[in-house]
Ligand binder design. Sequence first.
Ligand SMILES: [Zn+2]
Length: 170
Amino acid sequence: MTRKAPTQILKFLTTESMYITVHSAIGASAAQYISEPWIAFVLGFLLHFVFDMIPHGDEGIKKWKFFKSNRRRIVAAASLDLIGVMVMTVFWINHSEMSQIPIMLAAIAGSIAPDALWGLYELTGSPLLKGYYNFHKKLHHVLTKKELTLKHGFIFQGLILLAMTILIIS
Ligand SMILES: [Zn+2]
C-alpha cells in the first residue's frame, strides 16, 4: 500500500467521478421500479458507469479558490460528499415505504461500489483490478472530451439530485 493512496482516492472521488451523493440518488430512484434487492444492486452499479460518461464538471474543483491547498480542497469536497450521501439517504428512507427500503439501500450500495472498487485498486494495486481501473477511468472521456466548469457541474449535479429526490419521495 502506498502512502499516497488515501489522497489519491480522495482526489479521484472529487475530481474524476461524479459525486457519490448524486450516483446514490440515481440508483435510489431507479430502485423505485425494482422489487429484488440484488437486481437493484446490479442496476445501481451499471447506472454509475452510464452517468460517469456524462461530463459533470468535477475537474474544475482544482480551481476552487476558497481553499488554499489542493489537499484541503479535496478533503473538503469529499467530506461534503460523504455528509451529503448520509443526510440524503436518511431523508430518502424517511420518505419511503418500509418494504422498499432494503431495495433502495441495495441500489445505493451498488451505485457507490464502482468508486469503492477504484479505491481498493489504489490501496492494493491488485492486478485483478487494474483492467477495471483503466476502464472506469476511460469512461469519463468516452462520449466527449469536453468538461463543464465547476459552477455548471454543481448546477447540473444539483439538478439531478433534486429531480431524483422528487422521484424517490413522491
Ligand atoms: Zn465513477
